[in-house]
Design a protein around this ligand. Structure first.
Ligand code: HGY
Ligand code: MN
Ligand code: MN
Length: 411
């Protein structure tokens, strides 16, 4: 794939949803997302692919074979389709590549295969999964979790964004049908493999020979909503010993999260907080914060959470406040299909194999479909921030790698 050819298609979506900060505000079912969904439909039509939107708002563009043939009799699903793709949505002011790179690369890999005269023996699909970041409704990988039946559709419909708009309302406003949300086993059953290409969220590949790596695993990780409750009062006239200030317990919790993660060998972040009443001259009544914790294995993750809970509860006792910790999403460790992983690493001439601490739709689907991930070099490793970037040459290298994998699996 020529880097200029990558850049031409990339430029079609690069401005969509970009903020002054240079980061992106691509929240599911908002205008930028709807523009990207329209773009996806146009790409599908432009290539004569069969366009589908499933009951959960995930999109597909299918390159159907003239006649289905068995490509690999030993495959778990001799007639199944091979799906690639990723997500459009971003975290607030996130980078341009996290998600969209996998979708653009999917369309370009189809172009590359056609240019090489490849004939698919099983369907090849490009997918766009909705609400992967959970940036609007708070639960990550929502579209793939709904498809896999691992989240209750009623809970999903009632998820709200920061303005109190429910997912159901947002979908209805966009002309989608929230009543249809739910598991899609038939669609999963038709898949023989899912391959997600993604920018590396780290810099292991920086300086390596290969612009592309293959994923071995996704760290277990989760999100917890932590609510600190105290007593609102006057910032000036309330004596210090009489205060029950949840901000103190919150401040302690931020440091405790970091310390517990460091001691246990994982990572923990509190990057989002809401304060009531959020007034300069009033002691807060309540502070809500979100903990994101991740670790190389479940035991370490458990250690972080246990340590965090006990230290913060003890501190609340001293502050006269109370703390409630509620899991919003928990993802166990994902070990990608070893035979698919090794087959892909071999196709790519012995590409590096590395784990990631970032969650992906591939992590959700891996419980139902043989799944693999390709990572494209990210020279700075920065992600979930405006500075996230990959070179056009490396992105074109990612397309070549994806095309080689799709050719091997489906043609
Ligand atoms: O949060 C994550 O790990 C992913 O980028 N959604
Ligand atoms: Mn992300
Ligand atoms: Mn992503």
């Amino acid at each position: 794939m020529d880097a200029d050819e990558f850049r031409r298609l990339w430029n079609e979506i690069e401005p969509v949803g970009r903020a002054e900060s240079g980061g992106y505000l691509r929240y599911s079912w908002t205008e930028p997302d709807l523009d990207l969904r329209t773009w996806f439909h146009t790409q599908s039509k432009r290539r004569g692919l069969r366009y589908e939107e499933d009951r959960n708002g995930n999109l597909y563009a299918w390159w159907d074979p003239e006649k289905e043939q068995v490509v690999d009799p030993d495959a778990p699903h001799p007639h199944g389709a091979v799906l690639t793709g990723s997500h459009f949505d971003s975290v607030p002011h996130g980078g341009a590549y996290d998600g969209p790179l996998g979708i653009v690369s999917g369309f370009l890999a189809v172009d590359q295969l056609r240019a090489d005269g490849a004939i698919p023996k099983r369907a090849i699909g490009v997918a766009a999964f909705t609400e992967e970041e959970g940036g609007r409704f708070g639960v990550p990988c929502l579209g793939s979790r709904l498809m896999a039946g691992v989240i209750d559709p009623d809970r999903a419909r009632m998820l709200t964004d920061p303005d109190g708009v429910t997912l159901a309302e947002a979908m209805s406003s966009a002309g989608a049908e929230p009543d249809l949300l739910g598991p899609d086993p038939e669609r999963l059953e038709r898949l023989a493999a899912f391959i997600e290409l993604h920018i590396e969220q780290g810099r292991t590949l920086d300086g390596s020979e290969s612009p592309v790596a293959v994923a071995s695993a996704i760290w277990p990780h989760g999100r917890w909503r932590v609510t600190f409750t105290g007593e609102a009062d006057h910032a000036g006239t309330t004596r210090l010993p009489d205060r029950r200030d949840p901000m103190l317990t919150f401040a302690f919790a931020v440091l405790a999260a970091r310390k517990e993660a460091r001691l246990a060998g994982g990572v923990a972040t509190i990057g989002r907080v809401e304060v009531e009443p959020n007034a300069t001259n009033a002691i807060a009544s309540q502070v809500t914060a979100w903990l994101d914790a991740r670790a190389p294995d479940d035991a370490v993750l458990g250690e972080i959470l246990t340590g965090f809970e006990s230290k913060v509860s003890e501190r609340a006792g001293r502050d006269g406040t109370s703390v409630a910790i509620e899991a919003e999403s928990e993802t166990p460790i994902v070990e990608f299909d070893a035979s698919l992983r090794d087959r892909i690493a071999a196709i790519l001439g012995g590409a590096p194999v590395l784990p990631t601490a970032a969650g992906h739709d591939a992590g959700v689907l891996s419980a139902h479909v043989p799944t693999a991930m390709l990572f494209v070099r990210n020279p700075t490793g920065v992600s979930h921030a405006p500075g996230e970037a990959a070179s056009d040459a490396d992105c074109a290298g990612g397309v070549d790698a994806l095309a080689a994998v799709l050719r091997d699996l489906a043609c």
